[in-house]
Design a protein around this ligand. Structure first.
Ligand code: SAM
Length: 169
């Protein structure tokens, strides 16, 4: 099971970005996102996507990120431009057991770099937690997300032009 920990979410300021972190996590193979600030609106936004497009992806609140990382039973990957290159470290990250992927927002506390099993850079340039997460999950799952059916009420039929959506009863 893959969990994404979104550090430093500020409900008013980070509304869109944290929603996108959640949607990317949901789409590319994670089962849940953990946030450390309560945000019921965020939970309902993601739930509404689940209701229409499927999956049991959940958003959970944990007050203390440090305890959460410390007590996580599995591999912890922290995505940071200061880390080891994705292409060099990816092969070393195990696939047995659970995985926690940590992404930041503003400045990430130093401890995170020490608590992580791997600090992974998706390129050593600054960009975005959304992009870093998408690329990392694609690489980690070997693209398996592409074959997954999330089983929603609405099913999009891939189409060269226009929008084709089936309602599944
Ligand atoms: N300036 C912040 C710092 O020094 O910790 C990082 C801000 S960045 C906008 C927000 C998050 O995007 C980071 O915490 C990291 O998770 C992710 N990120 C940005 N660029 C990245 C990269 N090249 N590789 C991996 N993750 C990256």
């Amino acid at each position: 099971m893959i969990t994404v920990l979104r550090l430093g979410h500020r409900p008013a300021r980070d509304k869109r970005v944290t929603t996108h972190v959640g949607l990317v996590a949901r789409c590319f193979g994670a089962s849940r996102m953990v946030i450390t600030t309560r945000d019921d609106e965020l939970v309902s936004r993601i739930q509404s996507v689940n209701d229409r497009f499927g999956s049991n992806f959940s958003v959970e609140y944990q007050r203390n990120w440090k305890n959460y990382i410390r007590s996580f039973d599995g591999i912890v990957v922290h995505l940071t431009m200061y880390g080891e290159k994705l292409g060099e470290v990816a092969g070393r990250i195990g696939h047995d057991g659970d995985l926690l992927v940590v992404v930041g927002s503003e400045k990430v506390p130093k401890e995170v770099y020490h608590l992580a099993t791997y600090n992974v850079a998706v390129g050593n340039q600054p960009h975005s937690e959304v992009a870093a997460l998408a690329l990392f999950l694609d690489r980690y799952t070997g693209g398996a997300w592409e074959k997954e059916e999330l089983g929603g009420k609405l099913k999009i039929m891939p189409s060269a032009r226009g929008k084709k959506v089936e309602t599944v009863s």
